[in-house]
Design a binder for this molecule. Sequence first.
Ligand code: NAP
Length: 304
Amino acid sequence: MDKKICIITGANSGIGKAAASQIVLEGYHVILACRNQERGEKALQEILAETGSNSVDLMIVDMSLQSSIQAFSTAFLTKYETLNVLIHNAAAFDVTNKKPIFTSEGVESIWATNHLGPVLLTNLLMEGIKRSDQGRIITISSKGLIVYPFLRVDLEDPEFRQRKFSVSKAYYQSKLAQVMYTYWLANELRDTPNTVNCIRVANVKIDINSRYPNTSKISKFMYSIKSRSSISPEEMAETYTYLATSEDMKETSGKYFDDPAHIVSSSKYSMSKENIDAVMELTMNYFQKTQVDNNGETGGEMGL
Ligand SMILES: NC(=O)c1ccc[n+]([C@@H]2O[C@H](COP(=O)([O-])OP(=O)(O)OC[C@H]3O[C@@H](n4cnc5c(N)ncnc54)[C@H](OP(=O)(O)O)[C@@H]3O)[C@@H](O)[C@H]2O)c1
């Protein structure tokens, strides 16, 4: 493959889909990494038509399941070998959830999809990233974290097994963990040409009726008011595209972006090395516990 290769998770809708079109038009071969074949196919056909390019592929992955992420990574590395850009766009945030939903692997689904999944996917694809001249990893957080300046990752109960569940708290905890993971990974990659940066996504208009049909009428009404100040997925995707493709971004790593022109700070808590190490120790324990080899022994530490 002579083109650079970019994976975007959750690229069948919203910002991920808009970014996929933009990055195809920048001359990349883009893999739409989606969990649903039908929705993925529909997006694939729309992107093919919109860009007039055939440099788009659909591969299936459920980012909430480690087994699915492993199968996806193996299939990707077999087919493509090299990875230039990995964008962790997929996320779960269904405001109608009143209690935690646990995956078939027994992990709370927001924590699994939004934080554990990206960490595992990066790790399993690292050999492909290392084969590129300059690999880029882009994590996605939320500007809404500004409203929670004192939020912590609950090291004792990240999955809301003991404390009262709140979908917002679960979502923002996972997005905070992604910011901290970005800083940690940038440090791990410091002596390599590979980079990792995080984007804090602003208030972006989503199609609430098709995305979350069970949302109550009042919530839909509130959302319609809130979305008057929203930007479009295409506008937000421009930051994804800039970080993924711009020559100016070759040497920038470990930063938190608002838009291409603005590097911002995250909370004091999220920048502390001690806190970052604690969150990453918690994170890695999930993989040590669940990555059991064929002899029934637990796997070793995830190596980058
Ligand atoms: N919109 C905003 O205002 C806003 C604000 C802050 C941050 N963000 C972040 O921006 C990113 C993109 O969001 P968006 O606004 O474009 O929303 P969206 O249209 O709902 O996109 C989310 C995507 O993630 C996919 N996804 C969810 N769970 C998945 C799983 N287990 N495995 C694989 N894919 C999965 C969805 O696929 P399905 O179609 O299969 O559900 C969908 O394609 C997310 O990380 C979100 O947290 C958005």
